[in-house]
Design a protein around this ligand. Structure first.
Ligand SMILES: Nc1ncnc2c1ncn2[C@@H]1O[C@H](COP(=O)(O)OP(=O)(O)OP(=O)(O)O)[C@@H](O)[C@H]1O
Ligand SMILES: Nc1nc2c(c(=O)[nH]1)N[C@H]1C(S)=C(S)[C@@H](COP(=O)(O)O)O[C@H]1N2
Length: 193
């Protein structure tokens, strides 16, 4: 498990005070986990978060091979033991036999939140017709929001740009720690604001 503190300027050390949100990034990839290739998707998620979040947060990074069990146990570790408010997974959402991230996610979430997958498929479809092949899910596990992203590095920004406006309010509703986003990158919507 790799812990890295990130401040709003994108450096790797935490500064400032206030709520420290905990964000898990779970890379699901046979080849990245074996070192056959270098992970680019988890890194792209970290880069997006560094740009988008202006309150204090901590990233907890983990790479596992494909599989429902490997995903489920990593999600439990990130949500329950690491106390993550938000967990973003990459990879393993397609139809290939070893693509079992949605199955692993479904094993651990209490409530499914279909809107996240619906929106990501809609915006991705404007870029690639194969967007319909992603079975990405999202849901809550107690005070954690878990969201599946596709594995392709190019998909990460497209998907996060689309869903991030709804994430701060969702975290608030489930009783997770509060995050503030940078309005130059994304406008968070909180009803009543
Ligand atoms: N973490 C990652 N870093 C870099 N590229 C990735 C990563 N995850 C996926 N990809 C790329 O996106 C493609 C589709 O992702 P998918 O999750 O279906 O992986 P895969 O083909 O099952 O292979 P693997 O599990 O070994 O990454 C991969 O074939 C690879 O080219
Ligand atoms: N934005 C975006 N979404 C995308 C893609 C992409 O390149 N960009 N690739 C699609 C493809 S080819 C597949 S098979 C599915 C599942 O990808 P995964 O198995 O890497 O999660 O995501 C889809 N969604």
């Amino acid at each position: 498990m790799n812990h890295m503190d990130i401040d709003r300027d994108g450096s790797d050390s935490f500064v400032g005070s206030g709520t420290l949100a905990r964000i898990g990034v779970l890379v699901v990839s046979d080849r990245a986990s074996e070192g056959v290739y270098e992970d680019k998707s988890g890194k792209a998620v970290g880069d997006f978060l560094k740009k988008a979040i202006r309150s204090n947060w901590l990233i907890i990074f983990k790479i596992v091979p494909d599989g429902a069990e490997s995903v489920a146990s990593a999600l439990i570790e990130l949500s329950d033991r690491e106390g993550c408010d938000l967990v973003l997974t990459t990879g393993g959402t397609g139809p290939a036999p070893r693509d079992l991230t949605p199955e692993g996610t479904r094993m651990v979430i209490g409530r499914e939140m279909p809107g996240f997958g619906e929106l990501m498929r809609r915006v991705s479809l404007e870029q690639v017709p194969t967007a319909i092949l992603s079975r990405q899910l999202a849901g809550t596990r107690n005070r954690s929001l878990i969201v599946n992203l596709p594995g392709r590095p190019a998909a990460i920004d497209v998907c996060l740009n689309a869903i991030f406006p709804a994430i701060p309010y969702c975290l608030e509703l489930i009783g997770a720690r509060r995050i503030e986003v940078d309005s130059d990158v994304c406008i968070a919507f909180r009803p009543g604001n």
